[in-house]
Design a protein around this ligand. Structure first.
Ligand SMILES: Nc1nc2c(ncn2[C@@H]2O[C@H](COP(=O)(O)OP(=O)(O)OP(=O)(O)O)[C@@H](O)[C@H]2O)c(=O)[nH]1
Ligand SMILES: O=C(O)[C@H](O)COP(=O)(O)O
Length: 221
């Protein structure tokens, strides 16, 4: 079964691009709520080990609650280095997936399509794009050395090129829930109005009708 790596940046430095509308403690709470929702969604599926690469006890507490394995990152060296730590920790030779922790609306069916185990030795890569078609919100490798982690600006086209260089035509997944990663205030506004019933909605701490105006007051839309 497919093992899953989820890197979570130090809560102290989390979600800097939301600093104009959320306080540091709100940003930390947002990261934890998004992780809860993602792990709850994954828990509905058959999967291999989940590796959470992070440096905060609060993150590891959530990991353990969902039977995920903590991988302690000695210092924050970036998204790709964190993924490499997860890949090293994983004992799987084949079928690994990487998910960011900030896709709280990812649907069960979308993650199922991303992590479906392969049955042949033919190399296989799956990619789920961010809605701007620049970022990558889901990566699946049938062998963990098929491409090196290459997250960051414009990673989607970089992964496509790297896959082709490795002789693999990547499968591009249609995944609108996964496509919303929470980077900037406008993403948070979209999340607030689409997240009723999720932990993330409780994070906003108010009934649906007022979420939108509250975030607009802070400049999110
Ligand atoms: N463990 C770990 N995870 C990281 C690191 N940098 C980014 N991530 C995680 O990678 C995923 C995607 O992060 P980004 O959207 O690029 O950035 P972010 O750090 O969440 O937000 P900004 O501070 O606004 O850039 C999230 O799950 C982050 O928590 C890092 O240095 N270490
Ligand atoms: O998708 C990626 O490779 C990274 O997350 C960077 O993209 P972002 O700025 O959309 O988070």
């Amino acid at each position: 079964m497919t093992e899953i790596i989820i890197p979570i940046k130090s809560l102290t430095f989390a979600k800097q691009r939301l600093a104009s509308i959320l306080t540091p403690s709100e940003r930390a709470a947002l990261v934890l709520a998004m992780l809860e929702d993602l792990l709850a969604t994954i828990s509905l599926l058959d999967h291999g080990k989940i590796w959470i690469v992070a440096s905060d006890d609060a993150v590891f507490d959530i990991a353990r609650k969902h039977d995920a394995c903590p991988v302690c990152e000695p210092k924050a060296t970036g998204y790709n280095e964190a993924v490499l730590l997860g890949l090293e920790a994983s004992q799987a030779r084949r079928d690994v997936a990487v998910l960011p922790g900030d896709i709280p609306l990812a649907r069960v069916s979308e993650i199922a399509a991303l992590i479906a185990p392969t049955s042949s030795d033919k190399p296989h890569i799956r990619l789920a794009a961010a809605r701007d078609l620049q970022g990558t919100n889901g990566l699946f490798l049938s062998r963990k050395d098929l491409v090196r982690p290459a997250f960051g600006a414009n990673s989607f086209s970089r992964y496509r090129r790297a896959s082709q260089k490795a002789g693999v035509q990547p499968q591009i997944l249609e995944a609108p829930g996964m496509a919303l990663d929470i980077d900037i205030p406008a993403d948070l506004h979209d999340l607030a109005i689409r997240s009723v019933g999720c932990s993330i909605h409780a994070f906003f701490g108010m009934p649906r009708g007022s979420v939108s105006s509250h975030l607009i007051e802070r400049g999110a839309a």
